[in-house]
Design a protein around this ligand. Structure first.
Ligand code: R5P
Length: 287
């Protein structure tokens, strides 16, 4: 087996290849003067099983193009490819919310499976995007890694909270590992980046709250949740997520109200302190 990493996930690919004890493939990705990408596979490939790891995080169109070009070049070399897309960009448009909208998560699936024989992704926003693949597609769960991080912190009076009802499953998983209770805020979305949140159902008395969400994008959801929780009597508030998209300096707004921001490295950021390499290793080791 050889593991190749695209530019969005190069360090993660190196970590996974070392856990698997297999070669890390080399490739050249350059840009033509007009902005188009040039991709070349440099490591000789002779029918081995190939893993390509690349998140389609922002800049998503560029990272997606790089993934598709790498896989197509590898397929030309006779490779059988497993695509690992730690952050599945375009995943939130999982259906046509209005007539005429492109179901972008499905379009992406169609393109990835042109070269990949199987696909792994980490905590997709909606699990059913996996159904858009005709090849085997599986999600990996990084929530135990987040739970493990906070268990080690040994907070005095921890409580895991989901910022909305949609993330309660994730919060339960994390709370199970930390060994504490969990609850959720109530969120109403007014538009992209605009939400109102309340924590009316939670009784807080100086609890060390760990807020967990799958994606933090504009940070609007989290900032409103932190404010609501502090208003209800939370003590320290730690923010954690699987996928730190963090657009428009979301991290600054979050760290203005919360004690810390912790994320996984499905997207590379200064807050990506938890590596998902072990869950990707688990997903690949039996191939
Ligand atoms: C929504 O259902 C997701 O779980 C996240 O809460 C959402 O994507 C976060 O977006 P933002 O950071 O822009 O509020």
């Amino acid at each position: 087996m050889i593991v190749f990493g695209g530019n969005a996930s190069s360090e993660l690919a190196a970590e996974v290849s070392s856990l698997l004890g297999c070669e890390l493939g080399e490739s050249t990705v350059k840009r033509f003067p007009d902005g188009e990408l040039y991709v070349k596979i440099d490591t000789p490939v002779n029918g081995e099983d190939i893993v390509v790891i690349q998140s389609t995080a922002p800049p998503q169109n560029e990272n997606l193009a790089e993934l598709l070009f790498m896989m197509d070049a590898l397929k030309d070399l006779g490779a059988d490819i497993t695509a690992v897309v730690p952050y599945y960009g375009y995943g939130r448009q999982d259906k046509a919310f209005k007539d005429g909208e492109a179901v972008t998560s499905r379009t992406i699936a169609k393109h990835i499976q042109m070269s990949a024989s199987r696909v792994l992704t980490v905590n997709p926003h909606k699990e059913h995007v996996l159904d858009y693949f005709d090849v085997p597609a599986q999600s990996l769960d990084a929530s135990p890694l987040i739970g493990g991080y906070f268990k080690k912190m040994d907070l005095d009076n921890p409580l895991v909270v989901a910022p909305d009802a949609g993330s309660i499953g994730l919060a339960r998983q994390v709370a199970g590992i930390v060994g504490c209770e969990c609850g959720n805020c109530e969120k109403k979305r007014l538009g992209p980046g605009k939400v109102i949140t309340s924590a009316e159902k939670l009784n807080l008395d100086g609890d060390d709250v760990i807020i967990v969400d799958d994606i933090i994008d504009s940070g609007g959801t989290i900032v409103e949740a932190v404010k609501a929780l502090k208003g209800k009597g939370a003590g320290s508030v730690y923010v954690a997520c699987i996928h730190p998209v963090l657009t428009n300096n979301a991290h600054e707004r979050i760290l203005g109200v919360a004690e810390d921001l912790i994320a996984t490295n499905t997207i590379k950021t200064p807050y990506s302190r938890i590596s998902v390499a072990p869950v990707i290793f688990e997903g690949l080791k039996d191939l």
